[in-house]
Design a protein. Structure first.
Length: 393
């Protein structure tokens, strides 16, 4: 059997995914810096950052659209190109102090990013065969693209700002999805046709009842959401923690970059040794490690220690993300695998949006308050999912 991970189709996917996720990885930092440059307080900055993720809540509907489209490649490419345009509009609205325009443009970017992240990921099931070893290796590579995005996205902004204005730096970064759209259009159409050939594609209600009847999928959904809520504080906090450690606010981008490097290291570890074992146990063990990594950040008292904590959080979160990919794929019914994927992706990013927004509010009281909430939510969900009746069903 030919290795599907060496095919040109998979290589095209990797190029598109890396470019898209470099952009989404740096976009939140870009929005925070733009907001601060134009005089926004922490609450408004958090709300603007949340605009990039709130539209992911509609992921289940996007998934159904992709499942039934004759050529989902064109849909994905269209939204990748639209992201570039909408972000340029947002930058212009920042410059002209048109707050409503900024919110509207960033919400459009949020819709587009749902297709660039979870939507793009749904196409892997048509490129990689139904083989557990190949599937987990493919998921490791997909995790690797997020690690690259979380690393090069903030680093790109940090380096560009040393040479250009914040607005120009954000413009350069957000041109990447337009380039990614070229690779997406080149995805093989036959993989798309495989999706629409299935006559028994489940509807919204059937997918909902699938979650209600499966304790494994419920735990996957709850753990993914709580971890996303907890970790969402990190990119928003980066700028403010940097100031608290007597560093320039721009150095917050380096904290976010170390988080990305940690994610990249975790992804590389997965490429060498893909996850083994039952998916729920992976969620339990790695989720506990993620909780401890946030504790490490909360007790950090200096910038160098903070850099280390961000790196550890990134590494553990990459492993946790891969475990959620395994769970959402392996516990989903074959007929609705793509939609289940998008449901969990929607919950993940929606929870992240809530986490970013909540972080902005709590920053008004104390810089460590968001971390305390993150620990409470993640620790509580670990207990609920693995030490109560949910885990025994």
């Amino acid at each position: 059997m030919t290795n599907p991970l060496a095919s040109r189709y998979f290589v095209q996917y990797m190029f598109a995914a890396v470019l898209s996720r470099i952009c989404t990885g740096g976009a939140i930092i870009a929005v925070i810096l733009l907001a601060k440059e134009y005089g926004a307080d922490s609450k408004l900055a958090g709300a603007l950052a949340a605009c990039l993720t709130v539209p992911h809540l509609l992921g289940p509907f996007y998934g159904k659209w992709l499942d039934t489209a004759k050529n989902p490649n064109l849909i994905l490419a269209f939204f990748a190109g639209l992201y570039t345009i909408a972000f340029q509009v947002a930058i212009q609205c920042f410059q002209h102090n048109t707050l409503l325009g900024v919110f509207a443009s960033l919400l459009v970017c949020g819709v587009c990013s749902a297709f660039m992240m979870g939507g793009l990921g749904t196409q892997l099931i048509y490129i990689i065969p139904d083989n557990l070893n190949y599937r987990r290796k493919g998921q490791s590579f997909d995790t690797f693209t997020y690690g690259i995005g979380h690393t090069l996205g903030p680093l790109t902004i940090a380096l560009l700002i040393t040479q250009f204005s914040t607005s120009m730096s954000a413009t350069i970064l957000t041109c990447l999805p337009a380039v990614a759209s070229v690779f997406i259009v080149c995805f093989p159409k036959r993989h798309s046709e495989h999706a629409i050939s299935q006559k028994s594609t489940p509807n919204f209600n059937e997918i909902w009842h699938t979650f209600l009847s499966s304790s494994s999928l419920k735990i996957t959904l709850f753990m993914t959401s709580s971890a996303s809520f907890a970790i969402a504080a990190l990119p928003v906090l980066a700028v403010y923690l940097s100031e608290g450690w007597n560093q320039p606010e721009e150095n917050g981008a380096y904290l976010a970059t170390l988080y990305g490097i940690g994610g990249l290291c975790g992804a590389l570890l997965l490429l060498v040794s893909p996850l083994k074992g039952e998916a729920l146990q992976l969620l339990k063990r790695i989720g506990s490690l993620l909780f401890l990594s946030i504790v490490f950040l909360a007790i950090s008292w200096s910038f160098p220690l903070g850099l280390s904590a961000y790196w550890v959080c990134g590494l553990i979160n990459a492993l946790f993300f891969a475990s959620t990919l395994a769970a959402r794929t392996e516990y989903a019914p074959k007929e609705g695998a793509a939609q289940v994927y998008m449901w969990v992706a929607a919950a993940k990013v929606g929870a992240g949006a809530l986490g970013a927004f909540t972080t902005g509010i709590l920053l008004e009281y104390h810089v460590n308050a968001p971390l305390m909430l993150s620990l409470s939510v993640l620790g509580g969900m670990l207990f609920l999912c693995f030490y109560t009746s949910i885990a025994k069903k």
